[in-house]
Ligand binder design. Sequence first.
Ligand SMILES: [Zn+2]
Ligand SMILES: [Zn+2]
Length: 288
Amino acid sequence: MAMPMPAQAPTLQPDLPATLATLAGMPRPPLRVVVLGSGSGGNAVVVESGRHRLLIDAGFSSRELGQRLALVGVEPGSLAGLVLTHEHIDHIRGVARFARRHRLPLFATAGTLRQLQVDAETAAAATVLRSGSPCEIAGFQLEPFAVPHDAREPIGMVIQDGAGRRLGLVADCGTHSHLAWARLRDLDLMVLETNHDLDMLRNGPYPWPLKQRVAGRHGHLSNREAADHLPELLCDRLRWLVLYHLSRTNNLPALAAATLGEALARAGCGARLEVSSQHQPTPWLEVT
Ligand SMILES: [Zn+2]
Ligand SMILES: [Zn+2]
């Protein structure tokens, strides 16, 4: 169904518990991120700071999302919102059922929202994101930005918590974009698509038009392109680089890790590398 437009972005709510803890000299809770699973079979990420949690994409069935959340100790009712990158099925498979069941408010661009089939209540509670317009969600500041991909209005994002720690996420993205990369500054944690190895794609079983789509400017980011443009994203505070959305057919975790690991080493960056998997969640990755 078509979605009514637009809901107002919530107003800024300072993260009082985190602020008070800092004032009292108490250790502040870490910013934590877990990839529940990633690849063309489904994508979902949880970001947590203190008592605040967001889900980014819901590309598994509602039931499987529940199972994967249980594996990492997250109660679905503790999520404050569901942020969507775009409407492809591997990012929205569980959205309608999961959002309705847990009364989870959606945050997505108008182009993405128009493609969703959700109930009237979920639609009415959705918030429209605009590229370049930051928005507050439950103590997080979310900064969406446009990325080149063959969906209606796809976005990447930076999510900053109340203590100023920053997560960058670029899921499906056909090519390096100056606009997107310019937003990915001063990150503590970066989740970056490394979809395919170009040689494996070229020599692999995909039909030619699909190979062209994947490698095209509105398809998916290769290991090589991600590595070539990684130096622009590096800074002293980066602690984690998470490789995301690996193709089961046209990539190997070891190949992606070697290509991006080499780029990290060449730049002298001490960030740790984690390769996400389609089949199981990563460990929780923390930034203190
Ligand atoms: Zn996509
Ligand atoms: Zn995808």
